[in-house]
Design a protein around this ligand. Structure first.
Ligand code: MG
Length: 295
């Protein structure tokens, strides 16, 4: 097991994008600043997607303009195409993320593109972004199962991961979009994946829909992965994935890693403070167990 883990905070983007409530720009900015103050070094702040499809992210440029830029913190954003990339560059974002998926039906519903079309778009964005000097991360959605098709084959996940690395993405976040993964599946996939690509280029993105997110992290830690996505308070879900609840909560992850003696650089009380400020704005209690226990 690595003695140090990097957490990518996705609450301001993956979290708030998938909440029904609209959070005012000033509160989003304060949220990002609190997360950075808590010790996060990687924060996904927004998405440069069409405001017609994702009204929650219509304020992307304003959020980027308003946040404090702490030295040592990388502020990233989702980018689906070249239009989004131009907007992200104009907003002086440090890093972008593309987000194809591993299953055909989910790709159609989420992106209105086939997997091949989404991969072609990802390649185009990667090439252009790297020529601008902006590093690229890639999510691979529905890597552990699709809400419409069921099983997704590890061979497909490995094939697409390899391609995304070839496009120039430096890290692939293997995403359990619907929270269906279990530890045996994680161990098996990482065993196969680790034989093909360096695991330092792999991150994992779990949802806690079935209560398996933390035990999946544990399995991935044992397999040698050292980067995990999490969302303060467990904010989020996925509007295109019926029944998907929030992301793995940052508080729950940090609590477990602290106990294991795995360093994250993140202060648990700082995250709880950020969650406490955002909770009244999303209109429901935040699901993080650690957060609730701290109340
Ligand atoms: Mg998510």
């Amino acid at each position: 097991m690595n003695d140090k883990v990097q957490i990518v905070e996705v609450g301001p983007r993956d979290g708030l994008q998938n909440e029904a409530a609209r959070v005012p720009v000033a509160d989003k900015i304060a949220f990002v600043n609190r997360l950075a103050a808590a010790g996060h070094t990687r924060i996904e702040v927004t998405a440069f997607v069409s405001p017609r499809w994702v009204p929650q992210m219509a304020d992307a440029a304003e959020v980027c303009a308003g946040i404090e830029r702490r030295p040592g913190v990388r502020y990233s954003a989702l980018v689906p195409n070249l239009t989004g990339l131009t907007r992200a560059r104009d907003a002086a974002i440090d890093e972008i993320a593309v987000f194809p998926s591993a299953s055909e039906t989910f790709s159609q519903r989420n992106l209105n593109q086939s997997v091949d079309e989404a991969m072609a778009a990802a390649e185009e964005v990667c090439t252009e972004s790297l020529s601008l000097g902006i590093p690229v991360r890639a999510y691979l959605s529905t890597s552990f199962g699709c809400p419409f098709e069921g099983d997704v084959s590890p061979a497909r996940v490995i094939e697409l991961t390899t391609k995304l690395l070839d496009f120039g993405a430096y890290e692939i976040s293997i995403s359990d979009t619907i929270g269906i993964a279990h530890p045996r599946q994680v161990t098996e996939l990482l065993h196969e994946l680790g034989a093909r690509v360096p695991l330092e280029n792999i991150a994992l993105h779990f949802h806690d829909t079935r209560g398996t997110a933390l035990v999946n992290v544990y399995a991935a830690l044992e397999a040698g992965v050292a980067t995990f996505d999490a969302s303060a308070g467990g904010l989020g879900g996925c509007p295109y994935a019926p029944g998907a609840t929030g992301n793995l909560a940052t508080e729950d992850l940090v609590y477990m890693l602290d106990g294991l003696g795995v360093a994250t650089g993140i202060r648990l009380d700082g995250i709880i403070e950020a969650s406490r400020a955002i909770e009244p704005l999303v209109g429901h209690p935040l699901p993080s167990r650690m957060y609730r226990a701290s109340a």
